[in-house]
Design a binder for this molecule. Structure first.
Ligand code: FES
Length: 147
């Protein structure tokens, strides 16, 4: 059994400790906002906040996270009212939207550490892949959300 706190709720996963966090969140907790993209740690679609770090949940087992605090896109905001979400919507950044939960979670971790990130800082911190190519608008929108 693995005990975590997910979106401020205590959770006990009765799963193999080697289960990737991504599948515990999606299948056991029904938190399907966290997406499966590549499954190899490259795309970032599965990014969640673990103890204040942006973590690829497809590459992290629940057994390694005993006692950790996990925040998913559902825990960040239930009504898309987080400043990052509002900025991305206002600036029409989102296209297909598949990568957006992971990007928002990576950006929210960044903004907790750096309230006024430079373009270079954002590009270094947000290495999530987006097939729609939203990157230029995304950087501007994250900076707007920070203000
Ligand atoms: Fe985890 Fe792509 S699904 S990094």
């Amino acid at each position: 059994m693995s005990r975590l706190t997910v979106n401020n709720q205590p959770v006990q996963y009765r799963l193999d400790p080697e289960t990737p966090l991504l599948w515990a969140l999606r299948d056991a907790s029904n938190l399907t906002g966290t997406k499966y993209g590549c499954g190899t740690g490259h795309c970032g679609a599965c990014t969640v906040d673990v103890d204040g770090r942006a973590v690829r949940s497809c590459q992290t087992t629940i057994g390694a996270l005993e006692g950790s605090f996990v925040t998913t896109i559902e825990g960040l905001s239930r009504d898309r009212s987080h400043p990052l979400q509002l900025a991305l919507l206002t600036d029409n950044v989102v296209q297909c939207g598949f990568c957006i939960p992971g990007i928002v979670m990576a950006a929210s971790v960044l903004l907790k550490k750096d309230a006024d990130p430079s373009e270079a800082t954002i590009r270094a911190a947000i290495d999530n892949l987006c097939r729609c190519g939203i990157y230029p608008r995304l950087v501007e929108s994250i900076q707007r959300a920070a203000r």
